[in-house]
Write a protein that binds this ligand. Structure first.
Ligand code: ARG
Ligand code: ZN
Length: 862
């Protein structure tokens, strides 16, 4: 804690262009842990070798460590010193053995970085720079070592001892203690180190790889959670098979273990052979997990498993290359999920997520390229840009190359860089080489921040049409002027009368500021379908009429484009209503009716297509966001849709009423549509809506329906609202993951009194900032509730700033992640902007600020 603050005195930017090879390598390391929550003794033995010809000393990073002893080649080290937090040892020769000893206190580690305690177990999180909180080491991803780990701990309290690699030996020790040894034969960077000690049980299984090796699988949890691990284990097996079939990648150790922990700063971590997960991405049963949770668990299990190749076998040279592993691995997990159910719905979800998280980031003060040029605290760069925009870059290259060349290119990449620390440039070079393409200009996607904007105008004269395209990339911090990008745009024309395609789909690589496409011999008026499948992560203004959008929403043969046409129609309708104060909803109501009653569409798709854009996405379309006007326009439209189509919503609701819970694409789609329909029935003002929601809430045999009923009631004013909130709380008291949903659902409420309710919930006995999931469930969710957070009094801003200042003292990483909503002040009116800036200034001025918060808050003020 204090160590994070010392650094805040003079936070220094690290620059990509300053990269230098490591001065010293560490081919082998042996670690000996005497584990104890209050005082863990860590002895490290490092074989170090000089890298190149130089006379620089060995520098081992430390963070909050005190050296108990330092030895070189078996004797007391001479002339070593502490510089800042690092241990510096001058060494005469080219190869030495270094031994260090430190004592750390896991139970006092509230940052959850390094070795820490969670619900009685001890676990580690090292990425990006947590290993230096455990032992002195060159803590950078281009130093790869073979690890031997020995752990000794109290046998009764910590019967299970896990580390990376394969178990080698174990035995009993004196005083009720025992020990275990693990060896990892694969050289790895320190950020992939992990150990876990705890009273855990495992759901075990096995997987036979494509070359016939048997791998033992284990999902470790506390005993009461064991029944909730089948889904994760199943997802793991599916992932292992999928990576063999789709990428030719086989698992390489004899064991693969996953441990679920309750206190975790993010989703999960791909430590070699020992993934550590936030328990929300492992534990599931129908009563406590929603369909969304089930899907997310499979996706995160796949993501971390896929890192074994994209991240571990081939790792990153430095943290500027983070998207090399994260963008690629997100692309891989998205493809995996698409293959498990509806690819169209998965694409819609991914794009919605990109627009909700990455587009605002790219348009705000924290915008940065997919390969950043500098950072103060690397933890702040685990962003939607690195992950999700990074995945879009891989997707675009896959589109440009086509499936077989893309596969050849990833094979080349894995073969060429196996066992090394690579760069984004290495990846792109493999794409070029195996794909036979020139990606020179495409590389701007890695260096230029900001979401490109495309304007597309189709003008038809008789049988000939011209499509005029223009692109711009907006200025972003540090990048005032931009060059044109390569935008792979999938385009097709449809006949307005016939409702059928007039052209084949074409892939245009649009790479100039302006370009024109000509279409000849068109037999009828054409309607433009562009950026089909969201082939490029850009904002398209295609200037299409409501009639054309309605037409596409009914006739486009690309499901994403169909969804997109409806979304655009909704956005146009809402933006017009916000600016004029009056909405014309007729065209949209017809389009929604068509979609809702189209028997050829699956329910999950319908549910996505008829969902209104969020308040914040509507706000993103406006010059100055007016949260109240947006809320009113959206509610008015919801009410009109609800009333005009009440019969259709009720039919959809009844038709999707599943009998018994089942996790399958069809059953999930039915629940999704049912809950969207319930929301519209409530919006219609129907007198029985609350009773319907309560009945669903009460009788549900699964969490999707229970939470769906609860959410509808929580947004309303019925007397059943309080009853449901109480019943839910009582039913799940003691289940932390479900209580998170209880807090979050109330924080998302669209009611007038949400701000006051959230202030009260922050004082609830079950609320704590010490658990990141809980902090995000209330504070994070509230700050995404555009209307409540932006209450014109500024109380919402003050509340969040107070919480973040308090959270920063415990856990800077999690606190810093919650700053961005306050940083959006430029998008609001002068009064709100001043209030938001005031809170950011208060954060910057608060004593002992971490460098994580310092970077996020000061950049947000610019
Ligand atoms: N590499 C992990 C993943 O699979 C996340 C690690 C996040 N680390 C951080 N410092 N934010 O995505
Ligand atoms: Zn990852």
């Amino acid at each position: 804690m204090s160590d994070a603050r010392i650094a805040a005195a003079a936070p220094q930017a690290i620059r990509r262009e300053d990269y230098r090879q490591p001065d010293w390598l560490v081919p082998d390391i042996a670690l000996d842990f005497d584990l104890d929550p209050a005082a863990t003794r860590v002895r490290a033995t490092l074989q170090v070798t000089r890298n190149g010809t130089h006379d620089r000393p060995l520098v081992l990073n430390g963070d909050g460590l005190v050296a108990v002893s330092v030895k070189t080649d078996g004797g007391d080290a001479q002339g070593w010193r502490i510089e800042g937090q690092d241990l510096v040892i001058p060494l005469p020769g080219d190869a030495h053995v270094i031994e260090t000893e430190v004592v750390i206190a896991p139970e006092r580690n509230t940052q959850l970085q390094g070795l820490y305690a969670s619900s009685g177990m001890l676990c580690t999180q090292c990425e990006a720079e947590g290993f230096r909180r455990i032992t002195f080491f060159p803590d950078r991803p281009d130093v790869l070592s073979k690890y031997k780990v020995r752990m000794t701990a109290d046998k009764a309290r910590f019967p299970v001892l896990l580390a990376n690699g394969d178990p080698i030996a174990q035995g009993d020790a004196e005083g009720g203690r025992h020990w275990a040894e693990w060896h990892d034969p694969f050289p790895k960077p320190s950020y992939l180190f992990a150990l876990v000690a705890g009273d855990l049980v495992a759901n075990t299984g096995s997987f036979t790889t494509m070359s016939g090796r048997e791998v033992q699988l284990g999902i470790y949890v506390r005993a009461p959670d064991l029944p909730k691990t089948d889904h994760a284990l199943h997802a793991l097996k599916l992932s292992m098979k999928w990576d063999e079939e789709v990428y030719g990648r086989e698992y390489d150790l004899d064991v693969f273990n996953i441990v679920a922990v309750d206190d975790f700063n993010f989703g999960a971590m791909e430590n070699k052979g020992l993934n550590v997960f936030n328990s929300r991405y492992i534990l599931a049963d129908p009563d406590t997990a929603t369909d969304w949770d089930y899907d997310a668990i499979a996706a995160v299990v796949a993501h971390e498993y896929f890192h074994n190749w994209s991240g571990n076998r081939v790792t990153c040279r430095d943290w500027f290359q983070l998207s090399l592993k994260e963008g690629f691995t997100v692309f891989r997990d998205q493809s995996f999920s698409a293959d498990q159910g509806s690819a169209a719905v998965k694409r819609i979800e991914d794009v919605r997520n990109l627009r909700a998280s990455q587009f605002p980031e790219d348009a705000g003060p924290l915008a940065h390229p997919v390969r950043p040029d500098e950072y103060i605290e690397i933890s702040n760069f685990y962003t939607a840009t690195i992950y999700n925009k990074g995945a879009e870059l891989i997707r675009m290259m896959a589109t440009i190359l086509g499936p077989s060349k893309f596969r050849a290119a990833t094979d080349l990449y894995f073969d060429r860089f196996d066992g090394t620390a690579a760069t984004c440039e290495d990846f792109v070079a493999c794409m070029e080489e195996a794909g036979g393409v020139d990606l020179g200009q495409f590389r701007r996607w890695y260096s230029q921040a900001g979401t490109p904007r495309v304007s597309a105008n189709l003008v038809q004269d008789g049988a000939t049409a011209r499509l005029a395209l223009a692109q711009t990339v907006p200025p972003t911090p540090g990048q005032p002027v931009k060059e044109p990008m390569v935008l792979p745009l999938k385009i097709r024309l449809f006949g307005e009368k016939s409702g059928t395609p007039l052209t084949d789909e074409q892939l245009l690589l649009f790479d100039k500021p302006e370009q024109e496409l000509r279409f000849e011999a068109l037999p009828e008026r054409a309607v433009l379908s562009i950026n089909r499948g969201f082939s490029a992560p850009v904002i398209v203004d295609a200037n299409r009429s409501a009639a054309d959008l309605a037409f596409l929403s009914a006739h486009d043969d690309d499901p994403f484009a169909r969804y997109e046409a409806m979304q655009q129609l909704m956005l146009d309708t809402l933006v017009a209503a916000v600016t004029s104060g009056k909405g014309d909803h007729a065209a949209l109501i017809d389009a929604v009716r068509n979609t809702l009653t189209d028997p050829s569409l699956d329910r999950a798709f319908i549910a996505e297509a008829v969902l209104l854009p969020s308040d914040s996405f509507i706000g993103d379309q406006m010059a100055v966001v007016d949260p109240e006007a947006i809320y009113r326009a959206r509610e008015a439209l919801r009410a009109d849709l609800g009333k005009a189509l009440e019969g259709e919503w009720r039919a959809a609701y009844e038709g999707a009423r599943a009998n018994r819970f089942e996790y399958s694409p069809a059953a999930n789609g039915a629940r999704r549509l049912k809950n969207v329909a319930l929301g519209y029935i409530a919006a219609s003002g129907a007198g029985d809506a609350a009773a319907l929601a309560y009945a669903q809430f009460d009788a549900a045999d699964n969490m999707t329906d229970r939470q769906g009923g609860l959410a509808t009631l929580v947004n309303g004013t019925s007397a059943l609202r309080e009853k449901a909130i109480q019943a839910f709380y009582q039913r799940y008291a003691g289940n932390a993951l479900v209580l998170d949903k209880w807090f979050q659902t109330q924080a998302f409420s669209s009611r007038d009194d949400t701000l006051a309710a959230v202030e009260t919930l922050a004082k609830h006995p079950d609320f704590t900032l010490a658990n990141p999931n809980r902090a995000r469930a209330l504070i994070g969710a509230f700050s995404m509730n555009q209307r409540a957070f932006h209450d014109r009094s500024g109380r919402g801003y003050r509340f969040v700033a107070d919480q973040l200042i308090a959270l920063d003292r415990l856990n800077p990483q999690t606190a810093a992640k919650l700053v961005p909503p306050l940083g959006r002040w430029k998008r609001f009116d002068a009064d709100r902007a001043a209030l938001m800036r005031g809170e950011l200034e208060r954060i910057v001025a608060s004593p002992g600020l971490s460098k994580d918060m310092f970077e996020q808050a000061t950049k947000s003020l610019d």
